[in-house]
Write a protein of this length. Sequence first.
Length: 400
Amino acid sequence: MNWTVSAVFLPEVTAELEPSDPSHASGASTSAPQIPPRKGAPPSNTELLSAMMKRVTLLETMVRSQAKEIKLKDQKIAALERKVPPLHESDGTDDQSARSSLEKRCEHLQNQVWEMESFLKDYGLIWVGDVGGSDPGGGSDASTPSFGVNFDLVLQRIRELNVIAGEGESFVRLTAKGAQLATKESVRLSLYRDGIVLFDGPFRSYQEHSTQQFLQDLMDGYFPSELQSRFPDGTPFEVCDRRNEEFTSRLTFPGKKVRAEQFLNRLPKVVIKNGHVIDIRNSLRDTLQGSTKTQAIPSVIINTPALRVDERGVQPASSDLFTLKIRSEDGNCVFILKMCFSETIGHLRRYLDEHRGSGLCGYDIISAHPRRCYSDESQTLGCCGFTGNSALLLLRKRKR
């Protein structure tokens, strides 16, 4: 038996009982005097028993530690299993039926959308989406709409509009003493973090509808519609970029600030003057609020061959159709045309002239970004680089 144990533990015990081990040397010195083992001699029974006890003690410690770790993991697994609701096994038929139901529902909705579009085409109408970019469910937040201003885009569009308006160019102005060279009056615009100042004021917040319409026109590449009556041919802008400042911090008002409603409540409701009843509060309220009730720019759909539905129901390929949005010279109207990429600029002019009638001044068809004038009437719309929904504008030709 001793020789069997020796054969099993001999390699490991031999490594532990090297003469160079200080612990072994000290242990040997404290025990009874013994003859040191010769190099290569098998270990004694005492040495084997000591090595085996060390190994057994180490293994018992490892077993207790692993048992404790396993117990902790079992408790954690049980706690997690109690938190997770049991999942019911499914035989697969319910999933298949639900998928089939969803596919039928999707197909039904697609057919319904196609029928609605066909119905609109029968009456010469086109669904162009949200032109104004308004949120359908934003009725409750209409008083404080969220409006993001892309200052870099506004400045870029203003530079392009200044080039179109002839920035730096001079013209002859008649005076009482003859004539003189003059430059166009520029529009002074200051951009702040919380609003804008046009000309000499007043300050206009980004929450006002008129301010949003003004900046939206600029970001779309159009001359603002509210300035069309004053500058029908456009005029350059003089911009002061103060996007990192708040206008309210620059105001120094010594008096006590009051809200608009508090100020209006201090005024009489009506005043009788020269036999006329004047509604003071409502008129001042409209003045303070500005053009918040400004109506949206109307859209006019122009009848084109691509719009008309063939009697046999044969329509052009959908990939060959696209929608053009063209803003009029005065900015008071947006023309919407359904056209094919194979049609030309000449076709586009003819459709516009037929709808607008004769006797109008000459005009150019241009794009704001990139700035380009489309004067070649033989060029196809596909070669012009138009995409699925392109925006253009009309500009009066300057008198020579």
